[in-house]
Design a protein around this ligand. Structure first.
Ligand code: IVH
Length: 687
């Protein structure tokens, strides 16, 4: 019998630890807001594990240590649902939602009270995962089941027990004798992507989308495998309750379930009237691409339980709810060809030419295959049926091949030996996933891309020199390198297709305008490998002038924040090439210039690469003054504490930032020691 022979004080200690761990698990997994550090959490868990090992009789199934999975089953048992698990009726347009609201009004008020306009709704994201039913008996999770045919599903208790967002025990001392809850198990996108990546690398089966991945993970007979999958749970309804009370609105019921430790989606809202539902649909639609999990619509539910009961059900769906669907972000289509596009740095990117398909709100006929290794790993072939995904503004990609639909004769995609644009040799260095054309700027494809990049908004910002014009300029032979932009003349411009005199004049004016630039923009525009906007800024700030960067050794380049050995090697290699130095000279001779950055030399910026955070009230100087002084010494000043913070300056009344710094073991300076540091480091002070 459990707890036999376990001393009472140990039982008490174990119970307290379990309670604490459950609470922290909830804060961490369900609320995304841990209140203790990972280390402290691990200490609590280890303490419990040690005690349970010492007193095995104390182990109970709902202990937080019992989530790792257990011996495999031979088959899933059938799980009869206490109340049928229904599905939802769908609406695909605003009109259909309006009709739904009209039907509700008719049934609830028989139109006799036409002034009763505003039905209360609860609006929820419609999660694209697997529906589950969970049963808690006297507060302890005793069964998890899939929906199945709605009246009976499969008993997946061992598997749901491994999911951290599903409490093994309700957070109450007074639980109902029976509580059934319903919700969705999803695999978040990041987890899905890393799972598939690993599966591809190991030659294992990939899943076509996060929903299949969640379903496949729950269908494992070995719960130790499920335990390794990144699954999460969101509760969206109470199913049945015995010997306990739930509030009389759906929204309040969800709040009650949340207090019991069940995770409720934070985007759920209660609103009044169907127009507010449509506004919610719009709002969630714009958030959709940023959400960490897939949703395929929103659900509107009548809030009042009394009204829900009055409305009842029709066939297999409730009359009181409807799913308002979003356009699908995934569709199947056929690969009609695979081409290789040449980018700015010569990288060859395989692109699948697709049978046009409407996905994510647009018609897609091309999808990136990223690189040749990825193409081979996914084994995408011409003729294949593939799953294409386009979420938000992200470029469409081929997620997976539907192997069952592969035609009899298909060929593996081959990397071309010669550049499809300039015929130069293609190389693929050992250990790199990218293959490159060796044609450099002689390759028209690379030249076009480098001109587009040089003229782009964050580089030289030449308005009117967009993709089309850059391509025309190269195709017409008017430009051989980016410096050629500054010697373009009006006559050749006006001869270009669809370039009127006015556009030509505007473009020439924009080119002249762009010549007064900054070192950071010019550096970024040069398109040095691995030098993005932030690195260009760091280089400009650190060195102050271009000549010092050109002549810097790899070693000194690495002193710049964020520049590691690889980036330093690329920068040094770029400036070793005489044609690159000549290009820069040509640009400058043609009028490109930037102000000299007045910064103390690097030797007088002892805090370079260090990130400070200021918190609390400083008495002898303002925050802005403190920030300016730190920046003058080379430091960056950030707004929040993270593991990348080096030092926190804590004035009076410092709050959560100080606590976090303490937890992370970051150096903390009080105002006094901060002033001492400034004095010691400032250039004017005697050394
Ligand atoms: S309520 C009686 N709420 O959509 C109503 N369902 O077609 C039961 N789903 O199988 C469902 N998010 O798996 C409800 N916030 C949500 C939902 C949701 C996703 C799924 C659920 C169900 C399907 C209905």
């Amino acid at each position: 019998m459990v707890n036999h022979g376990v001393p009472a004080d140990i039982v008490k200690k174990i119970e307290a630890l379990r309670h604490q761990i459950d609470k922290h698990n909830f804060h961490y997994y369900s609320e995304n807001e841990p209140i203790i550090s990972d280390t402290d959490f691990d200490l609590l868990l280890r303490e419990l594990q040690t005690l349970e090992k010492q007193y095995p009789d104390s182990i109970i199934p709902e202990s937080p240590t019992q989530r790792v999975g257990t011996t495999p089953l031979s088959a899933f048992k059938e799980a009869q649902h206490l109340v049928p698990m229904l599905s939802l009726d769908n609406a695909f347009s605003d009109e259909e939602v309006a009709q739904f609201a009209q039907r509700l009004k008719q049934r609830l008020y028989q139109e006799s009270q036409s002034d009763v306009e505003h039905i209360e709704f609860v609006c929820e994201p419609k999660l694209d995962g697997v529906a589950v039913s969970l049963i808690y008996e006297n507060g302890v999770l005793t069964r998890g089941a899939t929906r199945g045919d709605g009246s009976a599903g499969e008993d997946i208790t061992q598997n749901v027990r491994t999911i951290a967002t599903i409490p093994l025990k309700l957070h109450t001392d007074n639980p109902p004798s029976l509580l059934e809850v319903r919700g969705e198990i999803v695999m978040p996108l990041a987890g899905f992507e890393s799972f598939n990546k690993k599966a591809l690398q190991e030659g294992q089966k990939v899943f076509v989308n996060p929903r299949n991945a969640a379903a496949g993970s729950l269908r494992q007979l070995d719960s130790r495998i499920t335990a390794l999958r990144p699954l999460e749970f969101f509760c969206y309804a109470a199913g049945m309750i015995e010997n306990g009370l739930l509030p009389q609105t759906h929204f309040e019921q969800l709040q009650q379930l949340s207090r019991w430790g069940l995770r409720i989606n934070p985007l759920i809202e209660s609103v009044s009237g169907f127009e507010a539902c449509l506004a919610y649909y719009k709002k969630i639609g714009t958030l959709r691409a940023e959400l960490p999990y897939d949703i395929d619509g929103v659900v509107y539910k009548v809030n009042s339980i009394a009204e829900q009961e009055k409305l009842g059900f029709v066939s297999r769906s409730p009359r009181w709810a409807i799913a308002h669907k979003f356009p699908a972000v995934e569709q199947q289509t056929v690969v009609e060809g695979v081409d290789f596009q040449v980018g700015r740095t010569g990288v060859l990117t395989p692109v699948a030419r697709l049978k046009p398909v409407f996905v994510g709100g647009v018609t897609v006929s091309n999808a990136t295959l990223h690189n040749i290794e990825e193409t081979l790993r996914k084994d995408v072939r011409v003729g294949d049926t593939v799953m294409v995904r386009r979420a938000g503004d992200v470029i469409p990609e081929v997620v997976a091949v539907i192997l069952a639909n592969r035609p009899a004769y298909t060929d593996v995609v081959k990397l071309p030996e010669h550049c499809p644009v300039c015929q130069a040799e293609v190389i693929k260095p050992e250990g790199e996933s990218a293959a490159r054309c060796t044609g450099g700027l002689y390759c028209p494809a690379q030249l076009k891309e480098s001109i587009k990049h040089f003229a782009s908004r964050k580089a030289m910002d030449i308005e009117g020199l967009g993709d089309k014009v850059a391509e025309q300029l190269v195709d017409a032979g008017l430009i051989k390198d980016v410096a050629g932009i500054f010697t373009l003349d009006r006559d050749s411009l006006v001869n270009l297709d669809r370039m009127g005199e006015k556009s030509a004049d505007n473009l020439l004016a924009a080119i002249v305008n762009s010549q007064a630039t900054t070192l950071q923009r010019f550096l970024f525009g040069l398109g040095i490998r691995e030098v993005g906007e932030a690195t260009a800024k760091s280089l400009a700030q650190y060195f102050g002038d271009l000549q010092s960067i050109e002549t810097a050794s790899e070693e000194s380049l690495q002193a710049v924040p964020d520049v590691g050995p690889v980036v330093a090697a690329h920068i040094a290699a770029f400036f070793r090439q005489s044609h690159n130095r000549e290009l820069i000279e040509k640009c400058c001779a043609a009028g490109v210039h930037w102000p000299i950055v007045e910064r103390p030399p690097a030797s007088q910026q002892p805090l370079i690469g260090k990130t400070f955070v200021l918190t609390g009230t400083l008495t002898s100087l303002t925050r802005d003054e403190a920030k300016a002084q730190l920046e003058q010494l080379g430091a960056s000043v950030a707004g929040s504490v993270s593991k990348n913070t080096h030092t926190v300056v804590a004035g009076e009344k410092s709050g959560s930032k100080l606590t976090k710094a303490e937890e992370l073991g970051i150096e903390i300076l009080n105002e006094q020691s901060f002033l001492v540091l400034l004095k010691k480091l400032s250039p004017s002070s005697p050394t």
